[in-house]
Design a protein around this ligand. Sequence first.
Ligand code: LLP
Length: 420
Amino acid sequence: MDYFEYRDGVLCAEGVALPEIAERFGTPCYVYSAATIARHYRVFDEALAGIDHEICFAVKANGNIGVLGLLADLGSGFDIVSVGELERVITAGGDPAKIVFSGVGKRVDEIERALEVGIACFNVESEAELERLDAIAQRVGKTAPVSLRVNPDVDAQTHPYIATGLKENKFGVDIARAEALYARAAEMPGLMIRGVDCHIGSQLTQLAPFRDAVKRVLALIDRLAERDIVIDHLDVGGGLGIRYRDETPPSPAAYAENIRDLVADRDLKLVFEPGRVLVGNAGVLLTRVELLKPGQSEDDKHFAVVDAAMNDLLRPALYDGWHEIVAVAPRGDTQARAWEIVGPICETGDFLGHGRELALAANDLLAVRSAGAYGFTMASSYNARPRVAEIMVDGDIPHEVRARETVADLMRGEKRLPFV
Ligand code: LLP
């Protein structure tokens, strides 16, 4: 459920009509609904009632300080993959003691900073990283809390680019090798073993792969116990999908019930790293039709060129991701036809949607739905297009939580060679 609704024929974010936002902040811009994010967080948290758990929001889905601050206030922890994300969380008021650090290539300086602020756990993805972490921790006189990210080798049945739990991808360590690595880690003086971690993929709409993964990881935890290696938390990663079109992802309640019996009698805390499910449907990309370029005949393609492009929302171009596109103020005075919704970038792959049945005129506003996750965070400035503004609506108030970049911002730090 979200708080983007039509009122008097105009799409609103909570109490604010989207045309007002376009007027005040310009287009394109991302518009988030604070109440939707809060609701999604609470629903997820309540679904896990009775299970000792920590929710660590995956910052890569949406790293805006306004979004992170809201989640921090609700009690969320964070899953980060870089020192940049770490600093964002700290700036937003997040608690370092609720941060887990994932990623296959953590740099020395990133590890140092995470040790300095005292994060909850490093999700280590290789033997080389264990050694690096141990050496750095010893050098700075700290003990690094660690989990090993294991690859349970289950098929998440999602897009190949975002499936991560199979043996053949770069993430984690083969679950069959994990015991030996834990035994090594147990001997490293700079490390303190805390958990086991896995993440099998993103936009999952089936429950069985999650259950299979948890079962396999629990079996590993039992084998470790036989070696006196005690695990106090199981990080199950993120990955719960959302509805973009006609998907029927499980509810957070069903997601929790799917594994509740498996962990019921264990003295184990569960860590979750949801990203998309918390923020995906809490954001839209608001864009204006620049001009229409209809085909010569009805069978030709008809292009609606909008002011947002693949640099602003990459998912359609990169994954053929389908996002619903709706008119902010649907008009009755024009015939609907199938429009190619395209941006101004010089790439054929620059589209937001194909063949969308809409009644359009130049200057109309469109909302690209489900753009709250992996929208702004994947944006670039390709074609020297400044990154767009982000607006968070809270009740009746639209807050500009990130100002639109300027062309000067884009050129900052650049210079031409001096003449001789
Ligand atoms: N934890 C780890 C270790 C991850 O790698 C990810 C996402 C998450 C948690 C959060 O997953 P979520 O709950 O959001 O599914 N750019 C792609 C998605 C890439 C996901 C990468 N990892 C997209 O736009 O669909």
